[in-house]
Write a protein that binds this ligand. Structure first.
Ligand SMILES: *[C@@H]1O[C@H](CO)[C@@H](O)[C@H](O)[C@H]1NC(C)=O
Ligand SMILES: *[C@@H]1O[C@H](CO)[C@@H](O)[C@H](O)[C@H]1NC(C)=O
Ligand SMILES: *[C@@H]1O[C@H](CO)[C@@H](O)[C@H](O)[C@H]1NC(C)=O
Length: 396
């Protein structure tokens, strides 16, 4: 019993405070909007521009295409302005201070995305939304839609890249002296945002300025690529191939496997490159540095094959063939040469110059090829490490 009493009391109180019903709203519509001339730009003073304040709502980052250089977002806007052609006295309509009407009943600003890739037209397209209209002519109108904009991309740091895209809005056809876009007190909102797992929304910037006689609102967003997939699928195998490749020089020539191993690494890397190149954006201005690293890696791999073949041919050279000074140096003087220690001990025992002390140690082609192997191993590791290091310094 008491519950019903409370509800009845509450309903009575509500009807007291908002003493308005449907007939008030219909009367208001007939009186104010039936003959409303919505085509007229609603300015009191025709020589001052209409001030429109805008809030941007970012809902989704739908798509980003590096090659086409487009970004697609779902965005909304809240616009409010004062329509000088609308006013009523709330007391005559049961204290109705606002009414809600479809926006096609009133004048609305033709807000256009000027760097759109598909159409040049109002961003809401054909979508109908309702507007809140207050007794003093204040109008609040939500609009929005799918917006695809041209966005200059820089994929040189792929897959660790961030992209900044601009959306430039203006009222196409209504110049600055007719209409000015302003930022609302809270110009950006992510209340309705749904994250994209490939692209992290990292920052935004909103500003208004005058551009070619139009009052322009520029909204830029910076998005960061989620790079884990590319790190695992492209960057890690590239580093692995790079580190594996010089090991060819560690394999003894007698094993007969080293040319085979070098060719296998080169071939498998070439196949890998063919497979993953589809995942790397094909853009040449600027080119992706990762792709350059991959090309250099495969070139080094090719050179390693050539060197491995050459070292093997040296190894099996006839010992009767004369070993010139350069090869002697390689075979004897490098710190890791097998005979290096031998010379060191001999020079100590050869205090006085004389017979047999001219460093005429027996050098074989095996010594030379061993010296070359270690030299190439070290040089190729240095090259690969510098390459990888430079890559990470550039992209970070
Ligand atoms: C309209 O605005 C201009 C510039 O602010 C002002 O000089 C003019 O007096 C205004 N006219 C009316 C009718 O208010
Ligand atoms: C209409 O807008 C003006 C200017 O922003 C503001 O001062 C006024 O309070 C608003 N009226 C209503 C009913 O919200
Ligand atoms: C993306 O954002 C989420 C949550 O804000 C964060 O946990 C993640 O580390 C970010 N990823 C990148 C690549 O910045």
């Amino acid at each position: 019993m008491s519950a019903i009493f409370v509800i009845v009391l509450a309903m009575l109180m509500l009807s007291k405070t908002n003493g308005q019903d449907l007939s008030n709203v219909k009367q208001l519509y007939t009186d104010v909007f039936a003959n409303h001339q919505k085509e007229v730009l609603p300015k009191v003073n025709q020589s001052t521009p209409l001030q429109i304040s805008v809030t941007i709502y970012l809902m989704t980052i739908t798509e980003f295409d590096e090659v086409d250089e487009t970004i697609v977002i779902l965005g909304g806007m809240g616009c409010s302005w004062n329509d000088a052609g609308i006013s009523w006295d709330p007391t005559s309509y049961g204290n109705k201070i606002y009414t809600i009407l479809p926006s096609e009943k009133i004048w609305t600003p033709p807000i256009t995305l000027i760097n759109a890739v598909d159409v040049l037209g109002p961003v809401q397209g054909d979508t109908k939304t309702n507007a809140y209209i207050f007794y003093d002519g204040n109008v609040t109108w939500p609009l929005g839609g799918v917006m695809s904009a041209k966005c200059t991309t820089d994929i040189s740091k792929f897959p660790y890249d961030s992209q900044t895209c601009k959306f430039q809005f203006l009222s196409w056809g209504l110049e600055e002296r007719e209409l000015v876009l302003n930022l609302a007190s809270d110009p950006f909102s992510v209340q309705f945002f749904t994250p994209n797992s490939n692209w992290n929304f990292s920052s935004y910037d909103i500003r208004t300025f005058s551009w070619n006689g139009y009052s322009t609102l520029q909204f830029s967003i910076t998005i960061k690529r989620a790079s884990l997939y590319y790190s695992v699928m492209v960057v890690c195998p590239t580093i692995l191939f790079g580190l594996l490749n010089p090991l060819v020089f560690l394999l003894p020539v007698e094993s007969g496997e080293r040319i085979g191993l070098a060719m296998t690494i080169l071939l498998s890397y070439a196949i890998f490159l063919t497979l993953v190149s589809a995942a790397i954006p094909a853009s040449s201005n600027p080119m992706c540095i990762l792709l350059i690293v991959m090309i250099v890696t495969i070139v080094i791999s090719g050179i390693i094959v050539v060197l491995a073949i050459y070292v093997s041919s040296l190894y099996y050279r006839d010992d009767k063939m004369k070993i010139n000074a350069f090869w002697k140096f390689i075979g004897l003087r490098l710190p890791w040469s097998k005979t290096h220690n031998k010379i060191a001990t001999e020079t100590v025992s050869c205090e006085k110059p004389g017979i047999g002390c001219s460093g005429d140690v027996n050098v074989t082609w095996q010594d030379v090829s061993h010296g070359l192997d270690v030299l190439f191993l070290i040089v190729s590791y240095i090259l690969i490490c510098v390459l990888i290091g430079v890559y990470f310094i550039i992209v970070r």
